[in-house]
Design a protein around this ligand. Structure first.
Ligand SMILES: [Zn+2]
Length: 266
């Protein structure tokens, strides 16, 4: 195969794809919808962060495991974002339609012999994450493929990462400082009185009128660098476990009994 810096799946022809050793190939799929991220971050925030994580994961995996081929799937700018669909720029699709798109995409990839896939997303909407996991469960049952989604547990069972708050703003300051509006420094802290697990309401309805939660004014580039590295390391570990067939997919606890039909329609 021709030597390229970053192997993008869409640049290969079918002969090259046929010739890949699928036991030693991992496909990374970055996904995230466009979504309002407060008055200071771009609507592509989750997309930008997801893409940068994906590229860095590939760089580190290449250094660690030279015998592995990691292919980058074109970023899917699609998803459900019920929490912010009443703010300009958020693009949300029906969560069941989204689940079907992910399922069929994974089926197609499996049909061509790929055995290992990692879905990366920095968008943590509960219905959206649940839909991804339902699609993974179904494809793993019917095809000889293993699919990991390692990031949602950070949001639900790990660090307290608020939407467009201190943490996410920090990561954007580290990755894309020129896309962070300076007004973040004077934004007031927003604490939601209602639990964030009130999944059916939008942030605006819950009292976060400008579409952010937490304290963006405390964001720093240094915190962003640390968080980014922590996240990348987690994904690299997951990829290694996946390729060694040691990985068990994990749906965060608060999402286990969440039915998709409760999704918010706009
Ligand atoms: Zn986000």
């Amino acid at each position: 195969m021709r030597k390229r810096k970053l192997l993008r799946l869409e640049e290969l022809n079918w002969k090259e794809i046929e010739g890949l050793d699928k036991e030693r190939t991992l496909v990374l799929i970055p996904i995230s919808p466009l979504e309002a991220h407060g008055p200071h971050l771009p609507i592509g925030t989750d997309l930008f962060i997801t893409e940068e994580i994906s590229k860095e994961v590939i760089n580190r995996l290449k250094k660690k495991k030279r015998t592995i081929t990691v292919l980058l799937y074109p970023t899917l700018a699609i998803g459900y974002c019920g929490a912010n669909l009443d703010l300009p720029g958020s693009v949300s699709v029906d969560v069941k339609a989204f689940r079907k798109i992910i399922l069929d995409t994974l089926k197609s990839i499996a049909n061509h012999g790929f055995r290992y896939v990692m879905i990366l997303t920095f968008h943590a909407d509960p219905f959206y994450i649940k839909a991804i996991h339902e699609a993974i469960k179904k494809v793993e049952k019917n095809r000889d493929i293993r699919v990991a989604e390692p990031l949602s547990k950070i949001f639900y069972e790990g660090r307290n990462i608020h939407h467009s708050g201190k943490e996410e703003t920090s990561i954007m300051l580290y990755l894309y400082p020129y896309l962070v509006d300076k007004s973040y420094k004077s934004l007031k802290e927003i604490r939601l009185s209602t639990s964030l697990f009130d999944f059916r309401k939008t942030l605006k309805e819950l009292g976060a009128r400008e579409g952010y939660v937490g304290d963006p004014s405390k964001a720093t580039m240094e915190l962003g660098r640390k968080l980014f590295n922590y996240i990348v390391n987690l994904c690299v570990e997951t990829a290694q476990e996946l390729l060694e067939s040691k990985y068990e997919n994990h749906l965060p606890k608060p999402l286990r009994y969440l039915p998709l039909f409760l999704q918010r329609k706009y």
